[in-house]
Design a protein around this ligand. Structure first.
Ligand SMILES: [Zn+2]
Length: 144
């Protein structure tokens, strides 16, 4: 479990370093961001099922239509990145909804934040997310 937790932290650290410092194109940000979402979800749930892991990636499906335009990193996230998307997902599967919440935990700390209530974007300091990641990794790496 310790190695998995470390691999998750490393995945997130590398993704966020490259995204923040190298200013890659939108598509590359997406390719780095999705593994970091999975890593975040795994750190938040030590025994993730398929529905949970799928939920941790599901919200970004709404980016696919954007790819046919000319998206840029930092563009506002679609309104489907809101709490209103959680309820229908919870009706399908509670694990799916929980995975989506793990996804939102990461997006909340990255520009431009999340339209949690469908309008204005909310954001928390990146340090809050980093603390969640490190505390979860520490918790996962301790012997039971
Ligand atoms: Zn997202």
């Amino acid at each position: 479990m310790r190695r998995l937790a470390l691999a998750c932290v490393a995945t997130i650290a590398v993704a966020d370093y490259v995204i923040k410092r190298r200013d890659p194109p939108w598509l590359v940000v997406g390719l780095l961001d999705e593994p970091a979402h999975l890593a975040t979800a795994i750190l938040c749930n030590p025994t993730p099922g398929r529905a949970y892991l799928a939920g941790s990636l599901l919200p970004d499906l709404d980016h696919v239509p954007l790819a046919f335009g000319s998206p840029k990193p930092g563009d506002p996230r679609p309104k489907t990145h809101s709490l209103y998307a959680i309820l229908p997902a919870a009706l399908v599967s509670r694990d799916l909804a929980a995975g989506m919440l793990a996804h939102f935990a990461r997006d909340l700390a990255l520009d431009p934040g999340l339209p949690l209530l469908g309008g204005r974007h909310f954001r928390v300091p990146y340090g809050t997310y980093a603390l969640l990641v490190l505390a979860s990794a520490y918790s996962r790496s301790r012997p039971c």
